[in-house]
Design a protein. Structure first.
Length: 349
């Protein structure tokens, strides 16, 4: 065989296969911590295997969800604080699954970058594993794509894919009727929607990511805005098991105005009292900075509520106590009534 030692290699084109292999080895312990009943084979093969019977299901229906983190990634990239962005990725997918009544089973991630930096990539994927561990969901596989020429130096993108299951006949929403009560679960901040507007408002303010946060002097603005999306999985699944939960709405893009109607029958709407919870300081600052209308705020952001539950009026006290004991801040927002859309009473601003 002729000497090819001076020939052009894949590494010369910008792709380092050895770095990719090193990353897989580094993240294996984090992925292993997410193992749960049902996992048959995970990282390393051409595909991952999951046994639904092993997970305890008899007649399961599969539920799938996929999502990303949006332009919140830009803040993580610009600040170098990438340790929790993976939690956002998991949360955006598994919080959607539980709205159908499904238990998240496994998760796959797609991580793409121009040049693979092993340490940074490992921090990102370890964050994904943390989110999976918190939601009792196995990180069962994924893809790391090194694509020089597609991304600027230091940039990356993330996508997530989650699969869950529930027993046949238990899909939510079901049984929503007039008189049902709306319970709101507090968010941990902006979560992962509306960040193109957030970034615009920060630009308008003249502040940088390393500036002192205007509503929390203990941290920088960038760090505060990177607070990860809250995971509602285990708490909400326990509430569903207790009975009386008719529907769930994950408050993401479109805010309260667009997301709650998605889980209501065409003949029903909701009345929400805006005085029933306190608007968190981050949203007050965003609204003041951009002179935003209340309607715009409610349609763009979660406004302090990451999940809304539609609950049988007779089960309100039981479910509220269950969720409060699990660490949730619960607000009674209003009721379901005949009609369409969301009607607001009171004022947030």
């Amino acid at each position: 065989m002729s000497d090819q030692s001076k020939g052009i290699t894949y590494a010369d084109a910008g792709v380092d296969i050895d770095a990719g292999n090193a990353l897989v080895e580094r993240i294996k312990p984090a992925a292993k911590r997410t193992n749960r009943p049902g996992v048959m084979a995970g990282l390393g093969g051409f595909g991952a295997l999951f046994d639904l019977k092993g997970a305890g299901f008899n007649d399961p229906v599969l539920v799938s969800a996929t999502d990303g983190v949006g332009t919140k990634l830009r803040i993580a990239i610009d600040t170098g604080n990438v340790d929790t962005i993976g939690i956002d990725l998991v949360a955006m997918c598994v919080n959607d699954l539980v709205c159908q009544g499904a238990e998240p089973l496994f998760f796959l991630d797609y991580f793409a970058t121009g040049r693979l930096e092993t340490d940074k990539a490992a921090r990102i994927i370890e964050g994904i594993a943390k989110g999976c561990e918190m939601s009792r969901c196995a990180l069962i596989g994924g893809e790391t794509a090194e694509m020089p020429g597609m991304y600027d130096d230091g940039d990356f993108d993330l996508a997530g894919f989650a699969v869950g299951a529930l027993e046949r006949g238990e899909v939510l929403p079901r049984g929503v009727r007039p008189g049902d009560v709306l319970l709101g679960l507090a968010s941990d901040g902006v979560h992962s929607n509306g960040y193109s507007l957030v970034r615009k408002l920060v630009e308008v303010s003249g502040l940088g990511w390393d500036a002192e946060c205007p509503w929390n002097s203990d941290v920088t603005l960038g760090a505060e805005l990177l607070t990860p999306t809250r995971l509602y999985v285990t708490q909400v699944l326990e509430a569903i098991k207790s009975g009386g939960v008719h529907a769930l709405a994950h408050i993401t893009g479109g805010g309260l105005t667009e997301n709650l109607p998605r889980v209501l029958p065409n003949t029903l709407g909701a009345v929400i009292d805006l005085d029933s919870w306190d608007l968190p300081p981050v949203f007050k600052w965003l609204a003041e900075t951009g002179q935003m209308s209340e309607a715009e705020l409610l349609k763009t952001f979660n406004a302090g509520l990451g999940m809304i539950m539609v609950v049988d009026s007779k089960q309100v006290k039981t479910i509220t106590k269950l969720l409060t004991d699990a660490g949730e801040k619960v607000s009674q927002l209003g009721i379901i009534q005949t009609g369409e859309g969301v009607k607001y009473l009171g004022s947030l601003l």
